[in-house]
Write a protein that binds this ligand. Sequence first.
Ligand code: SF4
Ligand code: SF4
Length: 306
Amino acid sequence: MTSRLLDPLTLLYRGPLSSCNYACPYCPFAKRTETAAQHAADAEALARFVDWAAAQTRPLSVFFTPWGEALVRWRYQEAVTRLSHLGHVGQVAIQTNLSGKLGWLEQAERSKVGLWATYHPGEVTRARFLARCAELDALGVRYSVGVVGKREHFGEIEALRAALPPQVYLWVNAFSQGPRKATSYYSPADLEFLSRIDPLFEVNTRHYPTRGKACATGETVLSVDGDGTLRRCHFVPRVLGNLYTDSLETILRPRPCPRPTCECHIGYVHLPQLEAEAVYGPGLLARIPEGTGDVGAYLARARGLL
Ligand code: SF4
Ligand code: SF4
């Protein structure tokens, strides 16, 4: 079955930008800078993508998942703002370290914007990060907050949870060490502690065996890069076509996952068996649990994927 013109589509956009103002020791983009020409190329690619999105009639959601930090750049602030005002765009989400100015959000249609904000202990003080979260609260912007669950971060994670407003969801990404992910890194007490902080933490602790399983990517979700190259998701390299030169109706169709495993939130939430929308609702892309679905049932469905 091919897609119809008015079927909703989610696009995961990752342009050429690959620089960051932070210096996280585990990250290839740490303190990486780019030339004026590289920034110009990123700006051109972004403008082309936003113009394309504006010209569509199909319901769209957009999730910016940049290499590095994009939201310190005016062009990404403007892109989020413009997309949020388009009638056929339902959600605009972006991953950010929350270090940039936030006042521009006043101009956006904030009900549609969702920020996936990651706290990086060592790069910013907790007080400064929390002040940014308070700014978002004052602006009425929806966001989730996340931390990588390295053991040396546990004190910061606990303090952050205590300081954040209770309604703000704090997710913890399982620290990955080898193919078995968190199971080899955490003790039972660690897992219990992190599950108390993040009730959904368990879902992120595994490598789900997905080869041959149904996944909505390639059918209702696509990954797109700055040239318009389309892939089903960020983890499967096979090219499906080009956003600017090919017809989406011939590209979008159900396909089983070709990878042995899927272990990243931005991937496995598109497994229909997981029914992630039940828990996340419109906050799915920005990882904000806004659905009414039962968390215990979600955890059970995740266990059922093994
Ligand atoms: S904030 Fe994100 S992109 Fe920047 S150095 Fe840290 S992990 Fe990398
Ligand atoms: S299950 Fe994960 S890796 Fe496989 S196609 Fe879906 S998102 Fe991609």
